[in-house]
Design a protein around this ligand. Structure first.
Ligand code: URA
Ligand code: SF4
Length: 190
């Protein structure tokens, strides 16, 4: 399976109920040779309208954090979500919805073969790292699984609601920059 085929198939997906409320499937965005993968929860209103991940207010904040550590979604990282269609009223995805959608993310992961996966918020971290992961207690810690480093940090929307956590989030991104320097081959080259 190549990227184009995967995106075409995903865009037509009706594996769960969320397909009924969507305007667009939000497949993901970024460099297809990215070594760093960011995973959010699911599309919000702006994302559903535009078909791109993190393009609303929380996306603008995410882009600032990316910029601060020389990452750019157009050049050297990739952004995806646990569910590709917007949950109604931005509620958390139901376990059955996340389960139904995970094969798309697994296939993105398989094509990318990232060195580092950054989980944005509890929903992504609990799905990708550990079901009882606590962002408050464990943010910024890297854990290795099968040669890939996983880290969980605050969701940008949570930072907009609780700006007091911004320094901690910023420290997580600084730690990410260090880790990229250690384990990535070309993220900071050219
Ligand atoms: N929040 C998410 O978790 N993902 C997006 O793509 C946008 C907002
Ligand atoms: Fe398919 Fe995922 Fe959308 Fe559900 S959320 S319809 S599984 S793409």
């Amino acid at each position: 399976m190549d990227w184009q085929t995967l995106q075409t198939e995903c865009t037509a997906c009706t594996r769960c109920e969320l397909c009924t409320g969507r305007t667009n499937v939000v497949f993901g965005q970024g460099a297809t040779d990215a070594e760093v993968l960011f995973v959010g929860e699911g599309p919000g209103q702006s994302e559903d309208e535009q078909g791109l991940p993190f393009v609303g207010r929380s996306g603008q904040l995410l882009d600032k954090y990316l910029f601060a550590i020389d990452l750019d979604r157009k050049k050297n990282c990739y952004i995806a979500n646990i569910v590709k269609c917007r949950p109604p009223q931005n509620r958390d995805p139901l376990p059955a919805e996340s389960e139904a959608c995970m094969p798309w993310l697994r296939e993105q992961f398989r094509l990318l073969q990232p060195r580092i996966v950054v989980c944005l918020g509890r929903v992504a971290a609990q799905r990708m790292i550990r079901p009882d992961f606590s962002v408050t207690k464990e943010h910024g810690q890297f854990v290795e699984k099968n040669g890939v480093l996983f880290m969980g940090t605050f969701h940008p929307a949570a930072l907009l609601r609780s700006p007091r956590n911004k320094p901690d989030a910023f420290a997580d991104f600084a730690a990410l920059r260090e880790k990229i320097g250690e384990v990535c081959q070309h993220t900071y080259k050219e």
